[in-house]
Write a protein that binds this ligand. Structure first.
Ligand code: GDP
Ligand code: GDP
Length: 434
């Protein structure tokens, strides 16, 4: 099960204000560098140790006035199908409106947990006013103020009850690869090419959707599981719907995987949505690789791949440890290499490096370039060891851990990567006093 919280409600009730309060923005590594993650409608959140994805469904309502009602209806329907928990937000300042009633009518048909949240309850008086929403017959009214944050802790307390603790992998030890990417990038074609036979992926029944399917493969003596999100494509003509589905399914598959294989269309390059998925994958401690597909459509000379790779790496900024493979699924070029690379990323993610190996390699490097002294104090790193964790995690024991700054941390990270080849996996460093 995926942990997804969707916020629905009519415009201006405060959905995006709450969204921004909930999502973790610190360490949004690529935000400044690429400038492509600006309008993000989904993000990563954590509350009392539980991790989940928040979706601001309002961000997907874009249309003109006449299309508005139908878009809102879609928004609600999509949230109902895909989210784990739904927050139905109303505005205690404006009071009950007809549109709120319309929302309630659609929501009532669902058997998912739905919480009625009366936002803008900034004062005691407004909190009392929120009582009028009991008339919607949607159960308890939870007053909050997204602007100040009051009431949001209590709300999250209830919400996270519905979420999983974390990665319980029943197929422990077998790499689980999620095949992700925007609509039409070639995901179904990729899966079909691996299978060697065409499969029907989209069921024909109107409106049918399907959860991501896990298929176990054995190829060249390697076992792996592919999580297939290709069925994303609900029979829908509306472009926004397809995008929205693609995002939701990607998030579900991402949360459930070990390694995310992100397909990028060679003709379009790395787009904002791809960057958002990468940033989510990092936050959920997943391995990552990029597969630039439809490479056959690019006119090439001997330098093209290098130049293309550099431009992607530039967008990735500090995430330059992500491997990039160029494929043509239709021409069956490098598709097995792509799988091999993804399995390699999995191996890197689960790699254990012995303490003696780490110290033999890193201590001389540290001696050569010690951390810069701060306030006349010398920082001495005495030894390094790997800690257990979902991703490679290293503890550096030293006299003054608080004096180690980001640039030196990056220096150490680079040394670890250079010597131990942890391609495709985020790593984490801790500094501890000894
Ligand atoms: P959305 O359209 O539902 O995403 O709504 P927004 O988050 O854009 O908020 C609409 C307006 O309500 C903005 O002007 C917000 O500043 C304001 N707002 C949001 N939350 C609160 C709140 O808790 N109290 C008050 N007084 N205003 C709020
Ligand atoms: P999905 O929506 O990501 O599952 O994408 P599909 O697998 O349905 O592919 C969308 C379209 O792109 C189809 O017409 C495919 O034949 C085409 N396609 C997929 N991979 C390639 C490729 O490597 N090269 C070219 N030229 N077309 C491709």
């Amino acid at each position: 099960m995926a942990n997804i919280l969707a916020i629905v409600g009519r415009p201006n009730v405060g959905k995006s204000t709450l969204f921004n309060r909930l999502i973790e923005k610190k360490k949004a590594i690529m935000d400044d560098e690429s400038g492509v993650t600006r309008d993000r409608h989904y993000g990563y959140a954590e509350w009392t140790g539980k991790h989940f994805t928040v979706i601001d469904t309002g961000g997907y309502v874009t249309g003109s006035e006449d299309k508005f009602e139908s878009q809102i209806r879609h928004q609600v329907e999509l949230a109902l199908e895909e989210a784990t928990v739904i927050l139905f937000m109303v505005d205690s300042y404006m009071g009950l409106t007809d549109l709120d009633k319309d929302f309630a009518n659609v929501l009532r048909s669902s058997n998912k947990p739905i919480y009625l949240v009366a936002n803008k309850a900034d004062t005691t008086e407004r909190m009392h006013m929120a009582n009028e929403f009991y008339a919607l017959g949607m159960g308890e009214v939870i007053p909050i103020s997204s602007a100040s944050g009051s009431g949001t802790g209590e709300l999250l307390e209830i919400v996270v009850e519905h979420f999983d603790e974390g990665n319980e992998n029943p197929d422990e030890g077998i790499p689980k690869l999620a095949i992700l990417g925007r609509p039409n990038v070639g995901k179904s074609s990729f899966l079909n090419a691996l299978l060697g036979v065409d499969r029907t992926i989209v069921t024909d029944e109107a409106g049918t959707t399907r959860d991501a399917i896990n298929t176990r493969y054995t190829m060249y003596g390697k076992d792996f599981i592919l999580t297939d999100t290709a069925g994303i494509r609900k029979k829908s003509k509306v472009k926004e719907d397809i995008e929205f589905y693609s995002v939701l399914r990607s998030i579900q598959a991402l949360q459930d995987s070990d390694v995310c294989v992100i397909l990028v269309d060679a003709e379009r390059g790395l787009e904002a949505q791809d960057m958002n998925i990468i940033s989510l994958a990092i936050k959920y401690n997943k391995g990552i690789m990029i597969m630039v597909n439809k490479w056959d459509l690019i006119e090439k000379d001997t330098k093209t791949a290098d130049v293309y790779k550099k431009s992607i790496e530039q967008k990735l900024g500090q995430l330059n440890f992500i491997p990039i493979i160029f494929t043509s699924v239709t021409k069956k070029q490098r598709i097995f290499q792509a799988i091999e690379k993804a399995i390699e990323v999995y191996d890197n993610k689960t790699k254990k490096i012995s303490t003696s190996e780490l110290n033999d390699v890193l201590l001389p490097e540290i001696e050569r370039y010690p951390p810069p002294a701060l306030k006349g104090k010398y920082i001495k790193i005495k030894y390094v060891t790997q800690l257990p964790g979902q991703i490679p995690t290293f503890a550096f024991f030293c006299n003054l851990p608080q004096y180690i700054k980001a640039p030196y941390e990056r220096f150490l990270e680079n040394k670890i990567r250079k010597n131990f080849g942890l391609e495709g996996v985020p790593i984490r460093l801790f500094f501890r006093k000894k």
